[in-house]
Design a binder for this molecule. Sequence first.
Ligand SMILES: [Ca+2]
Ligand SMILES: [Ca+2]
Length: 275
Amino acid sequence: MRFASTLSLLGAAALLGACSTTPDAGDIIVVKGEEMVYIPGGTFTMGDSAIGGTVRVTLKPYLIDRCEVTNGEFREFARRFRLPFPVPRAYDNLPVVNVDWETIDAFAAWRSCRLPTEAEWEYAARGPRGYTFPWGNGWDPKLANGNDNTDMASTPDGSVDGFARLAPVGLFPKGASPFGALDMAGNVWEWVADWLSPYPASDTAIVEYAGPTTGERKVIRGGSYRTSYVNLRSFHRAYQPPSAYRDDVGFRCASDYPVPKSLVESYLPDSLKTH
Ligand SMILES: [Ca+2]
Ligand SMILES: [Ca+2]
């Protein structure tokens, strides 16, 4: 999803212009027309000791979509490859759902991106301080589109997030992750690249951890408008077969950094263009 906010684009351009050769964490970089946030490399603890264990992971710099992929974005892909896509244009700002893993993997390649690894997804959501939720450690139902009818869904004043089903992407800016990614908690679950597997035991941080190369179930992350805050915790793992279609599972793309010069929009300073 690309926001046509002059302010945000000017702000990003100013930020990038002030840099020498490397963006700052959370800077927005537009790649093939889509806003992605820059995440510097880092080492963090993936998972949670109370639910399935942890693993130390070291990541190289990468980009991840600021928002979930929308119906509007997916429509172009479907048209190009003559895929049936009977979703009305009125829903173009909603996240795409009912998409199987193979199809979205192909979408990511078409966009010159890829799916995030599970580790990249979790780091993008929790940030370097390892928050429980993208915004911090405390649950707040106003900061994400979760299930309005579960325990703790309501705030003390009785209000909820305002969406019984899908919300347009990017409507919870106060729920942004430390890197500026939106809807990492709730709205739709998000497919990642990895097959489900227990985290490996390791005495040292694993570089670019990406799970096993084969499996039967793909990981989904972040919870959805159907789920309680428990599933919206950023370390929570769920899964389904790659052939599954669900009306509350979508995705976002990631990319290595730097990206090829030809894919980056013109406002990016020459100092940031490589290859
Ligand atoms: Ca909701
Ligand atoms: Ca989400």
